[in-house]
Design a protein around this ligand. Structure first.
Ligand code: SF4
Length: 98
């Protein structure tokens, strides 16, 4: 595996560990559909590599870091989304059905 791929894999695994812990802290769960889950994690990792931050892969960046900081995962919207819709916009975090 080349260095770039190796680095991307490592970042993905860091994000996965962070997301698992963060879900537990909030009494949520991660998407049980592994294909969808992996796609979001891949998107977050790519944004981290390309744009320097874990920007939400499901939202449009403006290019202004002051505005876009709102959509660094976990974005400013996710708690309301999980509460009101049962999951965040990207289908990363879900309430656990309690
Ligand atoms: S919608 Fe979900 S995955 Fe996207 S930034 Fe917000 S919390 Fe993260």
């Amino acid at each position: 595996m080349d260095d770039g791929k190796e680095q991307e894999k490592m970042i993905q695994e860091n994000i996965r560990s962070w997301a698992e812990e963060y879900a537990v802290e909030n009494d949520w769960v991660l998407n049980s559909d592994k294909t969808q889950l992996n796609a979001v994690i891949r998107g977050l990792a790519r944004n981290k590599i390309r744009h320097g931050e874990r920007y939400c892969p499901c939202r449009i960046r403006t290019g202004d870091p002051n505005i876009d900081r709102e959509i660094i995962c976990p974005c400013i919207y996710h708690k309301d989304e999980v509460k009101n819709d049962g999951n965040c916009h990207c289908y990363l975090f879900f309430n656990n059905g309690k």
